[in-house]
Design a protein around this ligand. Structure first.
Ligand code: FAD
Ligand code: UDP
Length: 383
């Protein structure tokens, strides 16, 4: 069978591009080496009956109405004000840093004016922050940077914030008001029945789409016939790491479920929950994990059980998942060389978080996949 498009990866990138292309009459096949669809956005009901995000918390957010409309064909939404806390010095702090955090810092009620004065006295004057340390100290100064960012970042990336692009810590807003939401995008919601169900609906709306799981493209690359390949795996892997391996960061997840009297006894803030909010970050260096996530706060599932997922950062190795591209100057330079090789492959598109080696959120990879489909369709029209 010769496919119009062979798509490597059944994550959001692969599924979106497949949905677009099959609806224009093209024959598409997706292969994925994992045993399930959805890539890192996959969610599932665990043995305790709790809907969990096994590959880390996935909070959908976007400023793009176009992407909301696109996904709304496949799901309804459950609006969520994602709230987290940072646990250090023995207590839970409001995070991201805002006026509530400042009051905790000062140990008394404060006004927005006092907060502004304090920031002016403490922030470091850096007009154009060049790295993740500069982007935070230029907003809140050294003390809060050291309390909430420096050690967390070292733990997560095994790199000092000075070595990481400003965009890494720059993802986290700093606020003058009391807005406790973790994220800043206009639209913040979860697919009402979960990501996997949304993606299954996407597949059902992709006429003739074939999906084969448990197949590694790199081990089978000569056995496929296709006009064009859409590759959403790691770009360096596609080229057999010929220019050297790009750096990735991996994670280990540990899962704990609680129910019945054990859970009732805990009564952490909200009944039926193990911790006071959906996510707690641990910036201290003597705690080996970065965060604990109790997704039930966000999904609002009605069940006498809960599951907490603990995230331990790990070095990447070929047998581990490359969860995060590592945004440094060196990795950008190496990626640029791989990009040149990729551009010379006229019958291959490299998209997605790994194919483009970008620390992208779901809405961004969906946007990229929609654009790529449009480009491929325009190319077909012209030939
Ligand atoms: P992936 O989901 O990585 O899918 C790629 C697929 O390709 C995988 O299934 C993989 O098995 C397959 N594959 C790779 N190589 C091969 C091969 N050789 N052969 C066959 N198959 C292969 N985004 C948000 O918007 N909000 C969040 O809160 C959020 N939290 C995150 C938390 C964590 C811990 C992580 C790791 C990511 C998070 N993201 C979040 C980002 C989000 O996961 C990605 O933007 C999105 O899922 C990327 O989709 P993708 O299809 O590009 O890649
Ligand atoms: N960060 C930090 N302290 C925190 C939260 C985040 O230093 O309490 C930094 C850290 O470097 C992290 C980055 O900000 O990798 C982005 O955080 P986010 O929670 O967005 O990471 P993700 O969900 O993508 O893992």
């Amino acid at each position: 069978m010769k496919w119009d498009y062979l798509i490597v990866g059944a994550g959001l990138s692969g599924l979106v591009v497949a949905e677009r292309l099959t609806n224009q009459g093209f024959r598409c096949k997706i292969i994925d080496k994992r045993s399930h669809i959805g890539g890192n956005a996959y969610d599932k009901v665990d043995d305790a009956g709790v809907l969990i995000h096994p590959y880390g918390p996935h909070y959908f957010r976007t400023n793009s109405q176009r992407i909301v409309e696109y996904l709304s064909q496949f799901t309804e939404w459950e609006p969520v004000a994602y709230e987290i806390r940072s646990f250090t010095q023995g207590k839970y702090w409001h995070f991201p840093i805002n006026l509530n955090t400042f009051e905790q810092w000062m140990g008394r009620p404060c006004t927005e004016e006092e907060w502004a004065v304090w920031l002016n006295e403490n922030r470091v004057d850096i007009a154009d922050p060049q790295n993740s340390e500069e982007v935070i100290v230029s907003q809140v100064g050294w003390e809060m940077y050291r309390a909430f960012f420096e050690q967390y970042t070292l733990k997560q990336w095994k790199k000092h914030p000075r070595e990481l692009a400003a965009s890494v810590c720059g993802r986290i807003p700093i606020r003058m008001d009391r807005d406790n939401r973790y994220l800043q995008e206009e639209f913040q919601a979860l697919p009402r029945d979960g990501y996997t169900q949304m993606m299954e609906k996407m597949i059902a709306a992709s006429p003739g789409l074939e999906i084969e799981l448990g197949v590694d493209f790199l081990a089978t690359r000569n056995s496929w016939e296709y006009e064009h390949l859409i590759y959403t795996g790691p770009i360096d892997g596609y080229f057999d790491y010929s220019l050297g391996a790009l750096p990735y960061r991996s994670l280990r997840f540990s899962f704990e479920s609680y129910s019945g009297p054990e859970l009732q006894e805990r009564q952490s803030g909200k009944s039926g929950h193990w911790q006071p909010v959906m996510q707690v970050n641990y910036p201290d260096s003597d705690v080996p994990y970065t965060r604990t996530v109790e997704m039930k706060h966000a999904t609002k599932q009605k069940i006498d059980a809960t599951t907490v997922v603990r995230e331990f950062p790990e070095d990447w190795a070929p047998e581990k998942e490359p969860y995060y591209p590592v945004p440094t100057k060196e990795s950008a330079a190496l990626y640029k060389k791989y990009r040149e090789l990729a551009d010379a492959e006229k019958h291959v598109s490299f998209i997605g978080r790994l194919g483009s080696y970008r620390y992208y959120n779901m809405d961004q990879v969906i946007g990229m996949a929609l654009m790529e489909a449009q480009k491929l369709l325009a190319r077909r029209k012209n030939t």
